[in-house]
Design a protein around this ligand. Structure first.
Ligand SMILES: [Fe+2]
Length: 278
């Protein structure tokens, strides 16, 4: 499966939300790439797909899914996979990702449950990733989901994630916010975790809110607060993996596109400065 395929570093991007769409029609906001939520476009009408084609001609696009449920105990949803493949063929994304999780039987959209990290789960997940990658004819990325409650695991999360990627030749999307949440509940070091993941397996980062020294909307020059735990983990990511495709992810409060572009500017500048000066 695409052994040794090298996917590009796309730079700094954001998720294309419906309310940002008008700004991408007829103008080209300053950012490197866009992530779309796969499910928003499955079964979309031609008009919507045409609109996406136009945006696609100006920016690389990656597809991020929430429904694959790679670790669920029941069979993979072939109807979903068929739709996914059709969309992949149409959009031709730089890559596609989903979550290293499972979903309950009630199939609540967006429900991403952490897996029990055991040897049995590992084998189960690897088999299913192989099936998906064979069907789609490309590698997939899987994102770490947050564990909110202390739980005892047979295998530490970082080992599980590393083994899943190695055994299935899949790639990793590290969500720094999810990693911080899991490290706090499971009492492990997020920095050690980053350092135990092989560099060649990590393709993308989701970066949540970072606090800046000054954060007024008009000032895009502010630096991240050095003590911000998210910034601490992200600088470790940069040290280990180099400049890597990063999406600024806001889930609680969604800023305006102008605010997001400002955040991208700040993070890009801070990341480049970190790479130059340490
Ligand atoms: Fe994420």
């Amino acid at each position: 499966m695409n052994q040794n395929a090298v996917l590009p570093n796309l730079g700094f991007g954001l998720r294309l939300r419906a309310d940002y769409l008008p700004s991408f029609i007829g103008s080209e906001p300053e950012l490197d790439w866009l992530e779309i939520i796969t499910e928003n476009y499955l079964g979309a009408n031609e008009e919507t797909l045409d609109q996406l084609d136009k945006i696609r001609s100006n920016y690389p696009i990656v597809m991020h899914g929430i429904s694959l449920a790679i670790g669920s105990p029941w069979p993979l949803d072939q109807a979903y996979l068929n739709q996914l493949k059709k969309l992949v063929d149409r959009v031709n994304p730089a890559w596609i990702s989903d979550h290293l999780c499972w979903k309950g039987a009630d199939d609540v959209q967006g429900q991403l449950l952490p897996l029990p990290y055991s040897e049995d789960t590992l084998e189960h997940v690897v088999t299913r990733i192989n099936q998906v990658q064979d069907f789609l004819g490309r590698q997939i990325l899987l994102e770490n989901v947050p564990i909110e409650q202390k739980s005892s695991q047979e295998i530490p999360e970082v080992e599980f994630i590393r083994e899943v990627a190695d055994r299935s030749d899949s790639l990793i999307l590290i969500d720094v916010g999810n990693l911080l949440a899991s490290s706090l509940s499971q009492e492990f070091s997020a920095i050690d975790y980053i350092n135990q993941i092989p560099a060649g397996r990590v393709q993308q980062i989701h970066l949540p809110d970072i606090t800046f020294e000054t954060s007024s909307d008009g000032n895009c020059d502010a630096s991240p607060r050095i003590i911000d735990p998210i910034w601490k983990i992200y600088t470790e990511v940069l040290d280990r993996f180099g400049l890597i495709t990063t999406m600024i992810e806001r889930e609680d409060t969604i800023p305006t596109l102008k605010g997001m572009l400002c955040d991208i500017k700040k993070i890009r500048k801070a990341a480049l400065s970190h790479m130059e000066n340490g």
